[in-house]
Design a protein around this ligand. Structure first.
Ligand code: MSP
Length: 641
């Protein structure tokens, strides 16, 4: 039995259940799973947490579009995510959903504690607001100056909100990042330090423009900002603050694995929240890179989302996990291509490992009646193989300490390739022809079986099913996988070997590439067409510049007494009041228009429409079949340009 080495708490980000997860999302979870399995095997008491981040405006909007409640919507997507993790045999100990009662009540308790500490205060949030989306954005989030969700213009706006005194923790955060290895890799640490040194503003931690969130416990009009809600999951899942058992055992976390774009939240907001709660900060936040596609980021409309389930159905869980862990370097972005994946599967798995297993098993069957022979001799080649085999585990440990999954696997493959070369060097089929060479033949096959025993232990955290298949073929089905056994040679004694099916079939890469392409095209949603609209003739900028746009408030709206298609509006523009008539009676009810702030072409020559004067024009815009009113939340009288 492996001696217990202490606790190890590892987490993944909690995923947004806005749609099904793709291979990029599974990358982080596969790494966390391999680390959790590795630590368990090497003697730690591991807790592995994952889950879903279910609140926020975006989810609410998607649910509304689908005509279901946000809860119904997330329940469906979360069921799919859990199914995916089951398919991928992810060994999490707990799955937290931010809509669960245990989380909701604990987040409220956390808010109260921070409030009582004096770290939360009520203030006014001023930002750029998109009215149709009811969302606030920061300048850097805008796309071409417009709302990143709907592409429409945003306006400056204010709302009452609660703030967290993030600025108070600025110096402590600098100290944390400068003087510990809390955040890695170093490039991310420097990036974050630069950001903090520019000066931290207090953080707005409540919203009142939508309600799909956890209610602020002291003010029912507000919900708690999703990131405060989401980050708390790492401790609410351990029972904080009301159920201390797991919390006391596993907190602080050993590592939060996160993608590079959310490092900022984990290395600034999260430690500051913990400091406010007088709790220790996690030992480490590790930021990993992204899996990209040749055409850029994965997107459904481009038809290039890689669905992990389809790959698993075709190549198996272990082949996919191996590829993700072997191909990419932690911390860096990497490009996913089917070709690179298929080559890895063929060369490393089918050729290197698969061949080693099948050659060893068939030779032990053929030359030794299926029983692992004893070793009687030793030359330099044997010594070399043994040294590499017994030295691999500590090299794997060293690489895993650095989260260098690819290098850990490379260390194992150095042994796999050495063992294959050993077969070629020893040429057992020649030894078998000479009775006098029987002791050498036995040694050779014994050493190969031993090497495979060690390999089966080393690969267990990354590919446990393959490990078990190898152990079954080597007659080791009865023995527990024990990490320490990977450091010792000569543990096998007369095991019954039985050759099984190839552990990884050889793939016809050309054929696979064609089929994968066809599958991915079939699964793609058609690209949205880009057909230019039919518009009136172009105008010069000078013509446009003559227009004086103003913001007006509709104070009164009624039907024109003499024309069914016209509405008569009384408008207030700053200090001036005037009448404007528009031909929109078929599109809008007068009572719905009162109180709206609209944009007005204020310097249009007045004219009479069926006996009534109209001075200026209210802006409406064509939107397909419908006519839309152009509204604003700016004060009336404001000049718009
Ligand atoms: N809900 C937040 C996390 C809150 S944690 C307290 C979130 N969710 S997410 O679903 O958008 O992203 C979850 C993780 O998936 C992030 O770490 C992100 O980097 C990762 N990935 C999403 N696409 C990815 C790739 N293409 N490649 C690698 N990781 C990717 O952010």
């Amino acid at each position: 039995m492996t001696e217990k080495k202490g606790t190890y708490y590892i987490t993944t980000p909690i995923y947004y259940p806005s749609s099904n997860l793709h291979i990029g999302h599974t990358y982080c979870t596969v790494m966390a799973d391999a680390m959790a399995r590795f630590k368990r095997l090497s003697g730690y008491d591991v807790r592995f947490l994952t889950g879903t981040d279910e609140h926020g405006q975006k989810i609410q909007t998607i649910a509304e579009e689908k005509g279901v409640s946000p809860q119904e919507y997330v329940d469906g997507v979360v069921a799919g995510i859990k199914e995916l993790w089951k398919t991928m045999e992810i060994s999490y100990d707990d799955f937290i959903r931010t809509t669960e009662d245990r989380h909701v009540k604990r987040v409220q308790a956390i808010f109260n504690k921070m409030y009582e500490k004096g770290d939360i205060y009520k203030g006014e949030y001023e930002g750029l607001y998109c009215t149709p989306c009811e969302s606030f954005w920061t300048g850097s989030q805008l796309v071409d100056g417009c709302c990143p969700d709907c592409g429409r213009p945003v306006q400056k706006a204010k709302e009452e909100a609660y703030f967290f005194k993030l600025s108070k923790y600025q110096d402590k955060l600098i100290d944390l990042l400068e003087n510990t290895n809390f955040l890695e890799p170093e490039t991310r640490r420097n990036e974050m330090l630069g950001f903090i040194r520019q000066g931290l503003d207090d953080l707005c931690i409540s919203r009142s423009t939508f309600d799909w969130g956890i209610q602020v416990p002291i003010d029912e009009k507000h919900v708690i900002y999703v990131w405060l809600d989401a980050l708390s999951n790492y401790i609410t899942a351990l029972g904080y603050p009301d159920d201390p058992e797991l919390f006391e055992k596993y907190w602080p976390a050993d590592v939060h694995l996160v993608g590079k774009e959310i490092v900022r939240f984990h290395s600034i907001i999260w430690p500051a929240m913990l400091m406010s709660l007088d709790l220790p900060v996690p030992k480490q936040v590790l930021g990993h890179g992204w899996l990209l596609l040749e055409g850029g980021k994965m997107s459904k409309s481009k038809g290039n989302v890689v669905d992990p389930v389809k790959l698993i159905d075709r190549y198996g869980i272990d082949a996919l996990k191996y590829f993700l862990l072997r191909e990419y370097t932690f911390g860096q972005d990497g490009v996913f291509t089917n070709e690179v994946m298929l080559k890895r599967m063929n060369y490393d798995l089918a050729n290197d490992l698969g061949n080693l297993v099948s050659r060893t098993a068939s030779m032990i069957e053929k030359y030794c009646g299926g029983v692992v022979p004893e070793s009687n001799t030793e030359d330099d080649i044997d010594k070399d193989l043994k040294a590499i085999a017994t030295g691999a585990a500590s090299k794997v440990e060293a690489q895993m300490d650095k989260f260098a999954f690819n290098m850990a696997l490379e260390e194992i493959w150095i042994l796999v390739r050495r063992a294959n070369k050993y077969i070629d060097e020893k040429a057992p089929w020649i030894l078998a022809k000479d009775e006098a060479k029987k002791p050498e033949l036995d040694t050779c096959l014994h050493n190969l079986a031993e090497s495979l025993r060690i390999i089966s232990i080393l690969i267990h955290p990354f590919m446990h099913t393959t490990s078990e298949k190898i152990r079954k073929q080597m007659g080791l089905w009865y023995a527990d996988v024990v990490w320490e056994d990977a450091f010792t040679f000569d543990m096998m004694y007369q095991e019954q070997v039985k050759k099984g099916e190839a552990i990884f079939p050889r793939l016809d890469i050309e054929k696979e590439l064609e089929e994968l392409d066809a599958m991915q095209k079939a699964g793609a949603e058609p690209e949205e067409e880009n057909i230019p609209l039919e518009l009136k003739a172009e105008i010069e900028y000078d013509d446009f510049d003559k227009i004086d746009f103003r913001v007006g408030l509709i104070e009164k709206a009624e039907k024109h007494p003499k024309a069914d298609k016209l509405l008569v509006f009384q408008i207030k523009m700053g200090t001036e009041r005037r009448q404007i008539i528009s031909g929109v009676a078929e599109d809008f009810k007068p009572e719905d228009m009162v109180g709206k702030k609209v944009i007005i072409v204020a310097n249009l020559k007045p004219r009479k429409l069926r006996g009534l004067e109209s001075k200026g024009m209210i802006m409406f815009a064509e939107n397909g079949e419908r006519c839309e009113i152009v509204t604003t939340i700016a004060e009336d009288g404001v000049v718009v340009d």
